[in-house]
Design a protein around this ligand. Structure first.
Ligand SMILES: [Cu+2]
Length: 390
């Protein structure tokens, strides 16, 4: 099996996708699984780059926003057949458009249960690209399935295209095929919602360098900020071995998105089963609510922070890890996010550096071969009126 896939290549290269062959068409469904609160120390963190935003099922929509879950198809996936595809897909608002203020993705079994590492199912990569300028990047994630939110402190959303390119990698190490349905849940408001403006997205990537031993880093090419704005949200995506992805504006560190690791073997056992290296936690308290089984392993670090937008409670992710033959070690479960963490001015240079420590965390493997690395940083900026602060 190839160790690197269509989506990962596109994620790394971040170029706009070619026109698709597949037809649009997906069912819509606004139901969500009932949340299972988990008292995870990460959810109490408010620290930039450490905190993990709560799943939408644990929060109320903001500013009268509507939530829509769109199912994008279902596929049979087995260890001999990684599912890697690209399709034209629809956003939540049709031709009228809307501002998407928050979004998250997951995969489910036919019975609606979330499919994750506790049952050996990975949402390996997902990426959304539009056809607009700047490569048209909209959003992306790995199995960590983070929640994006652009209106934590200010009224911004992503001006969502009615249709976009959706790239998907699903995988499992089970020989027996699994039927997996991909869905994305959107929180969105009409473009006419008072005070709301469109955010822009910057995509910083290191490409896909080969894995190495020891401690090392890779930096992205710089990206020039096109207009003054607020730094709304940023988060890194790395592969196992990653320590943190740091964002610099004008040479100054503004966001250090740390990779939280959890023990696959320890997950679901008890409070001490899944210590988080970065948060300095003694253990993952309250993991009893998780559905993971120690034998098959789920790193599901529920990881809900209390955000600036108000009280959040925990949720269950029985998911979250890349564990490709990793042998029960630590795996990335949640990257930390930064929200409302500063401002930028037009012309400033922005770049990110991915710090790896393969000795400390270990690397992912596919069928005995080390997987190539990633270091993608998504940066969402909310343009502010020009002239006042440059
Ligand atoms: Cu990746």
């Amino acid at each position: 099996m190839k160790t690197f896939t269509l989506v990962s290549s596109l994620l790394a290269a971040a170029y706009a996708a070619p026109a698709p062959e597949q037809a649009i068409g997906e069912a819509r469904d606004v139901t969500q699984a009932a949340p299972v609160p988990i008292d995870n120390p990460l959810m109490r963190s408010t620290e930039q780059g450490v905190k993990v935003l709560p799943r939408m099922s644990m929060t109320e929509p903001k500013d009268g926003a509507k939530r829509t879950t769109v199912k994008y198809g279902n596929w049979m996936v087995s260890s001999t057949k990684m599912m890697s595809t690209i399709k034209l897909a629809q956003g939540p608002c049709g031709l009228a458009g809307c501002y998407v203020t928050a979004m998250e993705a997951t995969i489910r079994y036919p019975d609606g249960k979330e499919a994750n590492v506790d049952t050996n199912a990975w949402l390996h990569h997902i990426a959304l690209f539009g056809t607009g300028g700047g490569g048209g990047s909209i959003w992306a994630a790995g199995n960590e399935r983070p929640t994006l939110r652009l209106n934590t402190g200010s009224k911004y959303g992503f001006d969502f295209p009615s249709a976009f390119m959706l790239m998907i990698d699903l995988m499992t190490e089970d020989v027996k095929p699994k039927n997996l349905t991909l869905e994305i849940t959107y929180e969105h408001v009409p473009r006419t919602t008072p005070g709301y403006k469109a955010a822009t997205m910057y995509w910083l990537t290191i490409g896909e360098p080969a894995a190495k031993t020891g401690k090392y880093s890779f930096s992205t090419m710089p990206s020039i900020v096109s207009g003054a704005g607020q730094l709304l949200y940023s988060i890194g995506h790395m592969h196992d071995g990653g320590d943190n992805m740091s964002l610099y504006v004008g040479g100054n560190l503004v966001c250090k998105s740390v990779m939280h690791y959890n023990s696959r073997a320890g997950y679901g056992k008890d409070a001490n089963g899944a210590a988080d290296e970065h948060a300095g936690m003694a253990g993952m308290a309250g993991m009893a609510g998780a559905k993971g089984k120690a034998a098959s392993g789920s790193t599901a670090a529920a990881a809900m922070p209390k955000t600036a937008s108000g009280g959040m409670v925990g949720h269950s992710h029985t998911k979250r890890q890349h564990a490709h033959g990793g042998g029960g070690g630590l795996h990335i479960s949640d990257p930390g996010a930064c929200t409302d963490f500063g401002t930028v001015t037009s012309g400033q240079s922005m770049k990110a550096t991915a710090f790896y420590d393969a000795g400390k965390y270990g690397l992912m493997e596919h069928n005995g071969a080390k997987e190539r690395l990633m270091g993608n940083m998504r940066v969402y900026i909310g343009p502010t009126s020009t002239g006042l602060f440059g």
